[in-house]
Design a protein around this ligand. Sequence first.
Ligand SMILES: Nc1ncnc2c1ncn2[C@@H]1O[C@H](COP(=O)(O)OP(=O)(O)O)[C@@H](O)[C@H]1O
Ligand SMILES: [Mg+2]
Length: 220
Amino acid sequence: MLLVTKVSKRYATSSAALFSGITLKVAAGESLAIMGASGCGKSTLLNIIAGLVTSDSGSVVIDGQETSGLAESLRDAFRAAHIGMVFQQFNLIDCLSVVDNITLPARYLKRPYQQRLALLLQSMGLEHKQNSAIGDLSGGEQQRVAIARALIHSPKLILADEPTGNLDEATSDTVADCLFSLAKSHGAALVVVTHAKEIAARADRAVVIKHGQLEPLTNL
Ligand SMILES: Nc1ncnc2c1ncn2[C@@H]1O[C@H](COP(=O)(O)OP(=O)(O)O)[C@@H](O)[C@H]1O
Ligand SMILES: [Mg+2]
């Protein structure tokens, strides 16, 4: 589903490469956790996979489509149709209700969403909050809205950047349960960036970015 081959990145403002020759593979229905010290390039790698940041070299292939070479407008369209993103800072739209935030990607794509919306509201425990304003929600509830929005259009690939980063342990557990089980039951490939070992341990595989390279993590 996702094949990243020999991807390298150096920001123009930095003298050293952030990472070089990173290769990874995630199958449909499989989950991968990416760990590593703050600033090692986890968000950059996720954004390269999403096509939001360009790499210096290497390729990203998603569901058979090489996305790294696509023109920006095609890459944006591809991302909207096939990728669900959970951003670290949620990126929810404050002037829209919970339901309108969640359904936005599906409405943009003109895809039916009623059945899936009901399922997501139920599994995220958001049924009673569906008409609330975003500002009236707790951090944990906003995080679950962000996850539901990433899943509403049945993406083949879900990219989540520290999806439990701002949550207390109990909420973090519930949110992770939802994210991992929904991804698996929908056969989506899931890439989760996380600091939390408990979250990484839930993934089928875990890797760490160290000295600009990807290393497998086994003893979680
Ligand atoms: N747009 C950018 N331009 C220049 N440097 C950046 C940019 N984005 C991130 N960086 C730098 O690249 C490094 C890795 O950042 P990031 O990918 O956000 O790391 P992580 O998510 O692992 O904390 C940091 O040193 C950060 O300051
Ligand atoms: Mg980050």
